[in-house]
Design a protein around this ligand. Structure first.
Ligand SMILES: Cc1cc2nc3c(=O)[nH]c(=O)nc-3n(C[C@H](O)[C@H](O)[C@H](O)COP(=O)(O)OP(=O)(O)OC[C@H]3O[C@@H](n4cnc5c(N)ncnc54)[C@H](O)[C@@H]3O)c2cc1C
Length: 401
């Protein structure tokens, strides 16, 4: 599956900051993690901190899956509004899922600081009604978030225009949000404790082609014919998990992003808040520390890479128009455009934990617009499951929910 195309900005900007060997021998270890995107990197970070021996295997060059295409907005706001998620999974679980995403933002901030990643900035988030018909839902959502303990404010259209300079039919302003660089964050995580002893435990360009689960462990074969044996296996394979499990858990789509040329100044909008809206598919905007504006959205409900890529120019043109319509003063000039595969689940929550037909394995599948915060939640749950610790939140994201 090709997960992305075009020129993802952070991949162009950061290139290949670190390189890794290809696996060229057999290995026996405690835990194997398949996938070195942000999900696998976070699982590794948590396991290494617990002193667990783990080996990471990735079919691609490190980070070049969906993670390199990510636009890296960090929001507690799941793709399904809280007021609707309550109807789907109940109040307690819905609120807890939102709160966990909120906590994940703060935890990612702390880890970024510990690892010396500069590209993490707290921001506010503006969720605005794209259409008049969405206003009742937006007001209900505001009440649901307030009741769940989030710091939110409701902005009427005139206040939104006055403060932020764009037209919407009302908005929720959330205090807690952030933006980062998922690609560099992943690289920083993988360097964590990558000392001499650990130096050889991350392998890229190493595709796992066969996996045999049994009562006592798991045996993997790589494309080059090497055998890796482990007690526990973590699947952090992103959207390509569809190659490993028969249960249909995700609908794959395609999404598009465009980033502007650098501006000489920062003529953007108040506090450079993250902006997104109630349209379906939704539109979102952020800025970057090097004076750019990024706009994304215009999703299509298929993931055929050839069809997806054919539309890139057309989608980019419309995204540029969207940016200029919202903020005419920006005179948005596109520099890099890219697209990627994206997935959503029946309740917009990720799948994390064990999948019974495949013993001794755990999954961290952060599907959806909040993929990154879900990856953090997944890493903590998997650490606890592997260590045999109780984790009450695991229930919310389990496979047979
Ligand atoms: C355009 C775009 C914008 C996005 N914007 C945001 C955003 O603003 N905020 C947000 O939170 N999320 C966003 N997302 C989603 C987010 O980027 C993803 O949820 C996240 O990157 C997924 O990370 P991952 O590690 O699970 O998957 P990946 O990064 O795809 O990593 C999985 C890895 O598993 C490896 N793998 C798979 N199968 C095998 C195998 N058989 N053998 C060995 N290795 C294998 C792959 O090579 C791959 O590198 C966006 C996604 C896209 C495409």
């Amino acid at each position: 599956m090709t997960l992305k195309s075009g020129y993802p900005f952070w991949l162009v900007k950061n290139g290949l900051p670190f390189t890794f060997p290809k696996l060229d021998h057999d290995i026996t270890t405690d835990v194997v993690i398949i996938g070195a995107g942000i999900s696998g990197a976070l699982v590794r970070y948590y396991l290494v901190n617990e002193g667990i021996d783990c080996v990471t295997l990735d079919a691609r060059t490190i980070g070049l899956g969906s993670t390199s295409a990510s636009t890296s907005l960090l929001q507690y706001e799941i793709d399904r509004p809280l007021c609707k998620l309550i109807d789907t999974v109940g109040k307690e679980k819905a609120e807890r899922a939102y709160q966990l995403c909120g906590e994940a933002i703060t935890k990612i901030g702390k880890i970024s600081k510990e690892l010396g990643l500069d590209d993490f900035e707290y921001k506010q988030s503006i969720y605005y009604a794209a259409f008049k018909k969405d206003v009742p839902m937006l007001k209900k959502e505001f009440e649901a978030r307030k009741a769940a303990g989030f710091e939110v404010e409701y902005l009427e259209p005139d206040e939104l225009l006055k403060q932020y300079g764009f037209k919407g039919h009302g908005a929720i302003r959330s205090k807690l949000a952030a933006q980062t660089n998922a690609y560099m964050f992943t690289h920083c995580l993988l360097q964590h404790r990558r000392n001499k002893k650990d130096n050889v435990n991350i392998y890229d360009r190493t595709e796992v082609t066969t996996i045999k689960h049994n009562k006592n462990g798991v045996t993997l074969k790589t494309e080059s014919g090497y055998t890796v044996k482990c007690n526990k296996l973590v699947y952090a394979t992103g959207y390509e998990v569809v190659n490993f499990i028969d249960k249909k858990i995700v609908d794959l789509q395609s999404t598009y992003a465009v980033i502007s040329e650098q501006y000489n100044e920062r003529p953007f909008w108040k506090d450079e808040a993250l902006i997104w809206n109630t349209a379906n598919p939704y539109l979102y905007l952020r800025t970057t520390p090097d004076n750019r504006v990024l706009i994304g959205g215009r999703d299509v409900w298929f993931h055929d890479p050839a069809k997806r890529d054919k539309l890139m120019k057309y989608k980019a043109k419309h995204l540029v128009e969207d940016a200029n319509k919202l903020f005419p003063h920006l005179n948005f000039k596109p520099e890099f455009t890219w697209c990627g595969t994206f997935g959503s689940t029946k309740d917009m929550l990720p799948y994390i934990g064990e999948y019974k037909p495949l013993p001794n394995s755990y999954f961290s599948l952060g599907f959806g617009g909040n993929g990154i915060t879900f990856s953090l939640i997944g890493a903590e749950i998997i650490r606890d499951l592997i260590l045999g610790r109780d984790n009450k939140d695991a229930e919310i994201f389990k496979f047979d929910r």
